[in-house]
Ligand binder design. Structure first.
Ligand SMILES: [Fe+2]
Length: 396
């Protein structure tokens, strides 16, 4: 069977046994400017998600029904294998595989590669495996107790291809650390192919194959007929989009500010419930900031898409969360949304600096880098040409 026939069968199998995307179901056809990275079943480089001291999720996009696994180890010879079976079944999907590596050691470097095997699934007893394909071999380091740590923040890329190329090129030159994509990856979420194009190979890059990426959900990432399907491609701590993460001297706090207009606004047609969602996050936040891993960090960084202060800020988020952020001893709040890079110094209302990243146009886009040790946090903001827009030192 040649590959075209195989893919055709996969499409038929998808229609029979897997749910079609909503836009497909409605007959919508859009060209997402897809540029497959190579021929074959693998459709993206690996994307690391949901980093933990003892675990890491390896995700990869595929373009036909296939199974997948990860080979990994503490040396380039690998030696271990994660299969991620569930209820006794190994993975089988036509678009995305997510494999959780568990039992990892804290602060340890791992090598890995993903194996994908196309499956010709014609019936319960009529299944044929194709030839296995492998990703390149990459390395990552689990969060640990190192004395220093770094991170990177991008935001509001809004599907701008030139900007995606620019920010991913700059990320490749940054120190290792998690990348927080601080909202508005999308204009609105419409199709699986669009999700793969934006999150799994933005600008044709392997931006998250060695450094995990964390989605900080923006108001445009919860819009569109396919927005509810985004979780198929994502993995977050506890399966939710608000969480803490500790790496060395830094405790990160990620919150989900949701939409930018009240739930009752006519454009949402009664389909939004973000006010109660922010209430639930407040209840969670009260406990999260008391966790020892969070409290005993030298540096505490909060990330959320919509600012809490100044133009374009979220009043509902501010009312519900700001007192807790102050109590938590946050040192820096990093946001997006306004499409204009800005810095709001600390004051009596917010005893932390608020840094807002730039916008989707290449000339206004930014990459924010953070470097921390036990004495403080340095925040650098660059544009895509490498010009330094801000350089803050925040002692702790
Ligand atoms: Fe935006």
């Amino acid at each position: 069977m040649d590959r075209r026939e195989f893919v055709g069968l996969s499409a038929a199998t998808l229609a029979a046994g897997f749910s079609l995307s909503s836009s497909e179901a409605h007959g919508a056809h859009e060209d997402f400017g897809l540029q497959p990275v190579a021929d074959g079943v693998i459709d993206s480089p690996p994307v690391l998600q949901n980093p933990a001291p003892d675990a890491m999720t390896v995700s990869i996009a595929v373009r036909a029904i296939s199974t997948a696994w990860v080979e990994y180890g503490t040396s380039s010879t690998l030696g271990q294998r994660a299969d991620n079976s569930r209820h006794g079944l190994l993975p089988l999907d036509g678009r995305i595989h997510k494999i959780r590596l568990t039992g990892l050691k804290r602060g340890t470097r791992y090598w890995y590669r993903v194996g994908v095997c196309p499956i010709d699934f014609r019936g319960a007893y009529k299944i044929t495996r194709g030839a296995a394909e492998f990703s390149e071999k990459y390395q990552f380091t689990t969060p640990g107790r190192a004395s220093t740590a770094s991170f990177r923040v991008i935001n509001d890329t809004h599907e701008n291809e030139t900007t995606l190329k620019g920010v991913t090129e700059r990320l490749a030159a940054c120190k290792p650390g998690p990348t927080f994509w601080n909202g508005d990856v999308f204009n609105d979420v419409r199709h699986d192919n669009q999700v793969v194009s934006q999150l799994f190979r933005p600008g044709g890059s392997d931006y998250a194959a060695s450094n995990p990426f964390c989605l900080v959900s923006g108001n445009h990432d919860v819009r569109g007929i396919h927005a509810r399907q985004l979780d198929r491609f994502m993995d977050h701590p506890g399966g939710v989009r608000f969480f803490t993460l500790r790496d060395g001297p830094i405790a990160y706090l990620v919150m989900d500010t949701g939409e930018d207009k009240p739930d009752g606004h006519r454009v949402y047609a009664g389909l939004n419930d973000f006010a109660r969602y922010r209430d639930a996050q407040r209840v969670w936040l009260e406990r999260a900031i008391e966790e020892e891993e969070f409290r005993d960090a030298a540096v505490r960084v909060a990330l959320m898409h919509i600012p809490l202060w100044g133009p374009g800020s979220s009043e509902d988020s501010r009312v519900k969360w700001a007192p807790l952020l102050a109590r938590a001893g946050i040192h820096a709040l990093i946001c997006g949304h306004t499409h204009h890079h800005a810095i709001t110094p600390l004051n009596a209302d917010h005893p932390y600096v608020q840094v807002v990243g730039g916008g989707p146009a290449p000339e206004s886009a930014t990459v924010i880098e953070g470097h921390a040790d036990s004495t403080g946090l340095a925040l650098l903001v660059h544009d895509l040409a490498g010009k330094e827009l801000a350089n803050l030192t925040i002692p702790v």
